[in-house]
Design a protein around this ligand. Structure first.
Ligand code: AMP
Ligand code: ZN
Length: 473
């Protein structure tokens, strides 16, 4: 069985991946700060996390993915204050939008989405442990991590605090984000400030620093040692460096075996920013008429360790690419083909399987894997033109596309629609009666589900005063 090679930012090389226990991959992914809509850069990172988890399943592993929701930090507090609503009301709204966005992009949900505000006790326990272990100290109601106490500080990012100008030990950092040059003792617990949400603690009222949430919540759900930790490259320093110091300082065990970091997305060659007018959310693009599978495709056009230059032209290109896939999928079952199988199709599909897996095994080379799918389509089209494709060949082609899509997730709906068995008139009538009964009982959700199920099979309903009419679309 060929193995997945993953680039590990900790060792700076590709390594064969296996979960520590041989079957369940424990994956922790830094999630969104729920203070605004996710932008397409954030979403690139979440789509890449999704590809990783989907491919781990493809390789036969169970996946336990945990993604945190940062619902208390400087940005969420400022946002709630600006709108004059409570922090939870404010973050609830953006959490909901986040879930809608990942659903739109066909991102498979993580196993757990723990919220920082619901894990304050676990964070406090870890902070206490760090104090007990001599890695943290209290100053003015706040608790700081003493980076000089952790000999491995810098092992991920390559930072050497002792070589920094000035004395790193004496700088105490309050903010969640800071630059490499500023490395110093970072805050684990922040003493309460007026008008900010605060929780009681052994060190006085306050709130957690940002870094501690990921250490505490990953340990709570996945244990002391993760198989894989993901995030975008901007998190390597300070966030992930600090997570290692916290977790290893508290547990004395290795925190994470594989660190996997995705590069950033830029727009038309520039860093995305609101002031440059090149800042997009998923909703902006959908409103402009772009389809979610095309957006997902566009976010997958560069290898995850390369910057992705997002352009409108590229997105239009993705729209055409997805359209080409859809046309192929819709056309294949409708072709008048001779009965039976052909040896050539079997060979083409077997090679596609092999090449797809080889590309993905090579540090998740999605552009390469996508190329394999298009090469297969090209070859099948040539067979169709030459009158060589047979009915049963279509089955193995569909099987391959379905397997490839279990990873890529860009043709899921089309494949489902193409594979639905034609529905019989009696079944339609029975479902319409069931929907009518559900509506009479006020069970509108179930009634809508039935309608959606029929729509997915090409049946169009029309409710009239005398009953529901239907036709095949
Ligand atoms: P945030 O909601 O700001 O905490 O970010 C959520 C995730 O998106 C984090 O993993 C960030 O590292 C990542 N991220 C932020 N900006 C970009 C970008 N331009 N491209 C890709 N990922 C990004
Ligand atoms: Zn994190």
């Amino acid at each position: 069985m060929p193995m997945l090679q993953l680039y590990n930012s900790l060792t700076k090389g590709k390594e064969a991946f296996q979960p520590a226990d041989g079957h369940t991959a424990r994956v922790y992914s830094c999630g969104p700060t729920v203070y605004d809509f996710a932008h397409i850069g954030n979403l690139r990172t979440f789509v890449f996390n999704d590809i990783l988890c989907r491919y781990l399943r493809f390789k036969g592993f169970e996946v336990r993915q945990v993604m945190n929701l940062t619902d208390v930090d400087d940005k969420t507090i400022a946002g709630a204050q600006a709108e004059g609503i409570s922090l939870s009301e404010y973050t609830q709204k953006y959490t909901q939008y986040f879930f809608e966005d990942i659903d739109t992009l066909n991102i498979q949900p993580a196993w757990k989405y723990p919220k920082a505000t619901e894990h304050i006790p676990q964070m406090q326990q870890m902070v206490q442990k760090l104090i007990d272990n001599g890695h943290a100290y209290v100053a003015d109601g706040s608790v700081y991590y003493d980076i000089s106490s952790f000999a491995d500080y810098g092992k991920l990012s390559g930072i050497r605090p002792e070589e920094l100008s000035g004395s790193a030990e004496f700088s105490r950092l309050e903010g969640d984000q800071y630059e490499r040059e500023e490395a110093g003792d970072f805050v684990l617990w922040k003493a309460a400030k007026p008008n900010e949400p605060a929780w009681d603690s052994p060190w006085g009222p306050g709130r957690p620093g940002w870094h501690i949430e990921c250490s505490a919540m990953s340990t709570a759900y996945l244990g002391p040692t993760l198989d894989i930790h993901t995030g975008a490259v901007d998190l390597i320093f300070p966030h992930h460096e600090n997570e290692i110091a916290q977790s290893e300082g508290a547990t004395g065990q290795q925190f994470c075996r594989f660190w996997v970091h995705g590069e950033h997305l830029i727009v038309e060659g520039q860093k995305m920013s609101k002031s440059l007018g090149n800042f997009f959310t998923l909703r902006d693009l959908v409103e402009q008429g772009y389809s979610p599978p095309a957006i997902r495709h566009q976010l997958l056009t560069a290898h995850y360790r390369q910057q992705l230059n997002f352009t409108m032209e590229g997105l239009q290109q993705s729209e055409r690419t997805v359209e080409r896939l859809n046309t192929f999928i819709q056309r294949l079952p409708r072709l008048p083909l001779p009965e039976g199988t052909s040896e050539q199709a079997g060979e083409i599909v077997a090679r596609a399987h092999q090449d797809f897996e080889a590309a993905m095994d090579d540090d998740l080379n999605v552009p390469g894997a996508m190329g394999v799918v298009f090469e297969l389509i090209k070859q099948v089209n040539m067979m169709i033109d030459a009158g060589q494709l047979h009915t049963e060949d279509c089955e193995i082609i569909f099987e391959f596309l379905t397997e490839a899509d279990s990873v890529l997730g860009i043709m899921t709906q089309q494949l489902a629609a193409a594979q639905v068995e034609p529905i019989l008139d009696e079944e339609i009538e029975a479902l319409i009666a069931k929907r009518q009964a559900a509506r009479e009982h006020g069970e509108y959700e179930q009634a809508d589900e039935i309608r959606d199920q029929l729509t997915a099979q090409g049946i169009i309903l029309e409710d009239t005063p005398t009953g529901t009419l239907w036709r095949r679309g």
